[in-house]
Design a protein around this ligand. Structure first.
Ligand code: PGA
Length: 261
């Protein structure tokens, strides 16, 4: 059965407790839009407070360390974010890959740690402007994804639930993040189609078609309908436009309409 559209807000390094009212507003609005799965990844400091407020939305983390514990000042493990109330974690975001030199190997290790801790993962991939200009975007993204996903199927499903429940992919062209530029519908359709083919190769004919592929990069209520109606787009990972309930739920509404169309 196809999964519901998935709209995930990534608050990045935004939000103090003053933002809890916005999280509450998102949660209340999500209760009126049950056909869409809405989730929020606030900064670590707000995971537990948002978890306590949330009745409907999923709460997640924006990253976690790949080890269970140890001498890693300032880092947080998968078990710790799960303990705070996170049900999922975003991994391999381009801001982590670029600003914290996260390699595909590190992202894969984090994915293994997160899945073992019982978390769902949203694994990000995306090419730079230079890579796209060189015509290498599809090959780059497929390689990045292959190298970042755990190779062992048993790890991916954590022995119990199936892969489409545990794993979501987010395609975010780096040059579209926070810039106001979005990829064309043709480019999104091409990339998502290629990612779908890879997922079928990796997960098989049963699970491969069911894994959701989100698009991310300057998604807002004004462009959401077009993006979310594109083939193989199962939702959106939203940064800037997730900071208010009005704009995030505007995107969720577009997702519901695109799903019904
Ligand atoms: P943006 O961020 O919506 O602000 O472009 C998306 C993301 O980085 O997940």
């Amino acid at each position: 059965m196809p999964q519901r559209p998935y709209i995930v807000g990534n608050w990045k390094m935004h939000g103090t407790r003053a933002m809890l009212s916005e999280a509450r507003a998102i949660d209340r609005a999500a209760q009126r839009h049950m056909k869409v799965e809405v989730a929020l990844a606030p900064p670590y400091t707000l995971i537990h407070p948002v978890h306590r407020e949330a009745e409907q939305i999923g709460v997640g983390a924006q990253d976690c360390h790949h080890e269970d514990g140890g001498a890693h000042t300032g880092d947080i493990s998968a078990a710790m974010v799960a303990d705070a109330g996170a049900k999922f974690v975003i991994l391999g975001h381009s801001e982590r890959r670029q600003n914290h030199a996260e390699s595909d190997e590190i992202v894969r290790a984090k994915a293994e740690a997160a899945l073992s801790a019982g978390l769902r993962i949203i694994l990000c991939c995306g090419e730079s402007e230079e890579t796209r200009a060189a015509g290498d975007a599809v090959a780059f993204v497929k390689e990045q994804l292959k190298a970042s996903l755990p190779a062992d199927h048993a790890v991916l499903t954590n022995g119990s639930a199936n892969a489409p429940e545990r794993v979501t992919i987010a395609y975010e062209p780096i040059w579209a993040i926070g810039t106001g530029n979005t990829a064309t519908v043709e480019d999104i359709a091409e990339m998502h189609g290629e990612i779908r083919a890879l997922l079928i190769e990796l997960f098989g004919e049963e699970e491969g078609p069911e894994i959701r592929i989100l698009y991310g990069g300057s998604v807002k209520p004004e462009n959401a309908s077009q993006i979310l109606s594109t083939a193989e787009v199962g939702g959106a990972l939203v940064g800037g436009a997730s900071l208010t309930a009005d704009s995030l739920m505007g995107i969720a509404l577009a997702a519901a309409e695109a799903d019904e169309a």
